[in-house]
Design a binder for this molecule. Structure first.
Ligand code: ADP
Ligand code: ADP
Length: 230
């Protein structure tokens, strides 16, 4: 059964002569426990596709079904709740909250999801330990290196045990050593928790960790590369 399904998905920005067809009738399915890479050159529609699938933006036409729910039929408020409960996010520039320290950043999604304070603290510390960053639990984002910030933000994304984590260029701001660590971490977490990762990247070496690669050009998925049978 598909965890994510997109049917005839299109996104058009603007109108008249300045109109841009960012996504052109895309169909796809993503299954539980997969690592998917959306690979393509700048401007090919990768971020637009990710934002639509995650319910962060609204398609011009088409349907998106996540875990059996047609998210295109939800109100903004319902979508926000659905995201908080079912999805985690990882970004190129980490998007940690600067006035919260590492452990507080990891706790925040849990507190918004009705975990108790003590439960959220316990789980945040466990996740920081798992990601080898527990010794930096009291540090603020500005005091952390890029690689450290990305590990905190992965702990944050995992905190509410989502089935799916969306990652937009997760290694884009990291040096090659840290990028390699983050790739290995994604492989490990996918294995251990069965979390589905959908990773937008223009970097073929990041796409190598995926079991399927959706290659995009000009708003279309022009090729699906199957790395191995699951
Ligand atoms: P990628 O992530 O592959 O670089 P994007 O999804 O960001 O591609 O962009 C796809 C196309 O849509 C590009 O031509 C881009 O200029 C255009 N685009 C993206 N966002 C907007 C926007 N908010 N308004 C107008 N055009 C946009
Ligand atoms: P436990 O049953 O003691 O939680 P698990 O092996 O299920 O042991 O999990 C080990 C660690 O991973 C714990 O911190 C747990 O909360 C966490 N964990 C379990 N499932 C998930 C998941 N789907 N996403 C993120 N973290 C998880």
């Amino acid at each position: 059964k598909a965890l994510v399904q997109a049917q005839n998905l299109s996104k058009i920005y603007g109108n008249g002569p300045s109109k841009v067809i960012a996504l052109d009738n895309v169909n796809l399915e993503i299954y539980e426990c997969e690592i998917i890479a959306i690979l393509g050159p700048s401007g090919s529609g990768k971020t637009t596709l990710l934002n639509l699938l995650a319910g962060l933006d609204v398609p011009s036409s088409g349907q998106i079904i996540i875990d059996g729910v047609d998210i295109t039929s939800l109100s903004e408020e319902e979508k926000t709740k659905f995201r908080a409960k079912n999805m985690g996010f990882i970004f190129q520039f980490f998007n940690l909250i600067p006035v919260l320290n590492a452990v507080e950043n990891v706790e925040l999604p849990m507190l918004l999801n009705k975990y108790s304070l003590s439960e959220a603290r316990k789980r945040a510390l466990e996740l920081l330990e798992k990601l080898n960053i527990l010794h930096r639990k009291d540090a603020y984002p500005s005091q952390l290196s890029g690689g450290e910030q990305q590990r905190v933000s992965i702990a944050r994304a995992l905190s509410t045990r989502p089935k799916i984590i969306w990652a937009d260029e997760p290694t884009g701001a990291l040096d090659s050593k840290n990028a390699e660590q983050i790739k290995q971490l994604i492989i490990e977490l996918n294995k251990e928790f069965g979390t589905t990762f959908v990773i937008v990247t223009h970097d073929p070496s990041v796409a190598q960790i995926a079991n399927r690669i959706f290659r995009m050009e000009s708003g279309q998925i022009v090729e699906v590369i199957n790395k191995f049978e699951k």
